[in-house]
Design a binder for this molecule. Structure first.
Ligand code: PLP
Length: 345
């Protein structure tokens, strides 16, 4: 079999949720948008529910509906994108809670689903999603009279502890919400680590659950091993791959592994990333192609059946740093062709 093996450690995900939960004295939800950051929203959510999570967040009503179908009624499912035209049926049928982001969404929701639960998302300076100051002033009284489940906002720079934007947004959130009796939420993974002042009534970690920065204490969750299909010996001066971008500077042994950019191993890994055999790094050489990657295994005493790309030797963030992206993108790009193995929980 030539597909890569993606192993997902559910015990590590549960332990990461518990560790983040232990940092705060408020309730801890779980963000499972984008199919659980690429790792399988339904399986991840079941694992987190066993660990104690009761509130889940996804990006869209469609994701919420899929999660509800897989899961049943026992959890609360919240929708960051709110209530869009066309979502009404899904929100009603699947008992989803939209985080309303604009006066238009407030109007649509209250008119189409009167009495159906909703939350409010405020924009405290990120300028991405949520009601801004004036819009909130216009609908605060109306919406608060309907008992929203949550009033939330999102931090733009929480992964940078000393960024002045954090305190600015905290202050803005206080100004917009102090005195209301509705539960409040400001922090995702980064915000949890900023300390008590950011925790309010509910925290919403995502990436930290999946082993990603800025939660440095996270247990590693994913391991990706890919099989070697073929090896060949090159003489000095021979070239490898599309565009001949790599040339052997010594007699070399090149292994061709079965994975490529169609599996989420982004092309900017070309010439920069490492594969690993146990503790020995092996350079990726030449360009990443759609289904194949070439790796210099000259320094390995024997050629193994497979090489490791993600694991304790190289985390999603290590790989991200080498390829000018972030762990979130590496995770959510992991492709559909891998054989996925879930261990634990
Ligand atoms: C994605 C997201 C989260 C989770 O963020 P992490 O950095 O992955 O912990 C929380 N809240 C909102 C609004 C989000 O979009």
């Amino acid at each position: 079999m030539s597909t890569g093996h993606l192993s997902i450690d559910l015990n590590a995900i549960a332990a990461n949720w518990q560790a983040l939960n232990a940092i705060t004295s408020c309730e801890t939800a779980a963000v499972v948008k984008a199919n659980g950051y690429g790792l399988g929203a339904d399986i991840v959510a079941k694992c987190l529910a066993s660990a104690g999570a009761r509130k889940f967040f996804v990006a869209t009503a469609e994701e919420g509906a899929t999660l509800r179908q897989a899961f049943g009624e026992s959890i609360e499912i919240n929708i960051f994108s709110g209530h869009m035209a066309g979502d009404t049926q899904l929100i009603r049928s699947y008992g989803l809670i939209p985080m309303l982001n604009s006066i238009e969404q407030v109007t649509l929701h209250l008119e189409s689903l009167p009495g159906h639960p909703f939350g409010i998302q405020l924009d405290t300076g990120m300028n991405r999603l949520g009601l801004e100051w004036d819009a909130w002033a216009a609908v605060a009284e109306l919406t608060l009279s309907q008992n929203p489940t949550l009033v939330m906002s999102h931090l733009a720079c929480a992964d940078e502890v000393d960024h002045p934007m954090n305190a600015y947004q905290l202050d803005m959130f206080h100004q917009m919400t102090d005195g209301i009796t509705v539960p409040r939420s400001l922090a995702a993974t980064g915000g949890i680590l900023l300390g008590d002042a950011y925790h309010f009534d509910l925290c919403r970690p995502g990436v930290g659950l999946y082993g990603g920065e800025p939660f440095d204490q996270a247990q590693s969750v994913v391991t990706l091993d890919v099989p070697i299909i073929q090896t060949r010996d090159l003489e000095m001066g021979e070239v490898v791959g599309y565009g001949n971008t790599w040339q052997a500077e010594r007699p070399s042994k090149i292994a061709t592994v079965s994975a490529g950019y169609a599996d989420g191993l982004i092309r900017s890994m070309s010439g920069r990333a490492m594969f690993w055999h146990e503790q020995t790094p092996c350079s990726l050489v030449g360009r990443v192609s759609m289904d194949l990657i070439t790796v210099d295994v000259t320094d390995l005493p024997t050629v193994p059946d497979r090489l490791t790309l993600l694991g304790p030797q190289q985390t999603v963030d290590d790989l991200a740093r080498k390829t000018d992206t972030i762990g979130y993108e590496i995770l959510t790009s992991l492709g559909a062709r891998y054989a996925r193995h879930y261990s634990g929980a």
